[in-house]
Design a protein around this ligand. Structure first.
Ligand SMILES: CC(C)(COP(=O)(O)OP(=O)(O)OC[C@H]1O[C@@H](n2cnc3c(N)ncnc32)[C@H](O)[C@@H]1OP(=O)(O)O)[C@@H](O)C(=O)NCCC(=O)NCCS
Length: 194
C-alpha cells in the first residue's frame, strides 16, 4: 500500500507540562488497550503510565496533527526505556489513534524512535508484543514442545501487530510462553540499528 503523506503532521517530544497532550495520549491508551488485562482501564491509570515516560532513562514522542482551525490533536505515541546500560532500548508502548491507522503514522513513529535511540548511542531496539486474544498461531497452544518450529511457522490470525514490526525490519527473537496466563504469550522482537 502506498502511504499518503499526511500534511500538518509532526513528531515531537511529549513534555511533562503539556497536560492537553498527556490527556489525549492517555485516552489513546484506554481506547487501544483498555479491554486487555495488561492494559489501562481508566484515564487515571493511563495518565500515570504516560507520566512514567518522563524519566531520564526514557524517550517519549508524539505524532501531532494540526488542523485548519490550528487545534492540535495527538494521533500517536511511542515510548522507549533505556536498558542494558544504554546499548539496547525497549520500545514501550506504541499506539496510533484508531481513526488514523493505516496511513503510515506507526511506521513514522518507530522510524523517529530509531533515530532518537541512535542519537543516544543505542544499537538495538526491542519489544514484547503480547497475544492475549488468540490473534496469532502462538496463542492457545502449549509452546514448549517444538518452540522454535512454532515461532518459525507463526501465522497472523487476527491482524496482530507482530507483522507491522516485521515490515519495519524487526525479527521475532523469542517468545515468553504463557506470559499473560496459559496460552497468552509475549512475542519478543528486535532490530539492529547500525
Ligand atoms: C500497530 C499500530 C501501531 C500500527 O500503526 P499504523 O499507523 O496503523 O501502521 P502503518 O500505517 O504505519 O503501517 C505500516 C505497515 O504495517 C502494516 N500493518 C499495520 N498494522 C498491521 C497489523 N496489525 N498487522 C499486519 N500489518 C500491519 C501496514 O499495512 C503497513 O504495511 P505496508 O507498508 O506494506 O503498506 C496501530 O495499528 C495501533 O496503534 N494498534 C493498536 C495498539 C497496538 O497494537 N500497538 C502495538 C502494541 S505492541
Amino acid at each position: 500500500m502506498a502511504h499518503q503523506q499526511i500534511a500538518d503532521l509532526h513528531i515531537r517530544d511529549l513534555c511533562p507540562d503539556d497536560s492537553t497532550a498527556i490527556q489525549q495520549v492517555a485516552a489513546l491508551l484506554v481506547d487501544a488497550f483498555g479491554h486487555l488485562e495488561s492494559g489501562w482501564q481508566t484515564l487515571a491509570d493511563a495518565i500515570a503510565k504516560v507520566e512514567e515516560s518522563f524519566g531520564a532513562d526514557r524517550i517519549s514522542r508524539v505524532a501531532v496533527h494540526t488542523s485548519a482551525q490550528a487545534a492540535q490533536q495527538v494521533v500517536g505515541w511511542v515510548g522507549a526505556i533505556e536498558q542494558y546500560r544504554g546499548h539496547s532500548w525497549e520500545l514501550h508502548p506504541l499506539v496510533v489513534h484508531a481513526a488514523w491507522r493505516g496511513q503510515g503514522i506507526g511506521r513514522a513513529l518507530v522510524k523517529d524512535l530509531e533515530t532518537q535511540v541512535r542519537q543516544r548511542g543505542g544499537t538495538t531496539l526491542y519489544l514484547g508484543t503480547d497475544d492475549e486474544e488468540h490473534r496469532t498461531s502462538l496463542a492457545g497452544v502449549d509452546l514448549y514442545p517444538n518452540l522454535y518450529r512454532q515461532i518459525a511457522t507463526i501465522q497472523n490470525l487476527g491482524h496482530h501487530p507482530y507483522e507491522f514490526y516485521q515490515k519495519l525490519g524487526f525479527l521475532i527473537v523469542g517468545v515468553i510462553p504463557d506470559a499473560n496466563g496459559w496460552g497468552k504469550p509475549d512475542i519478543l522482537m528486535a532490530k539492529r540499528l547500525r
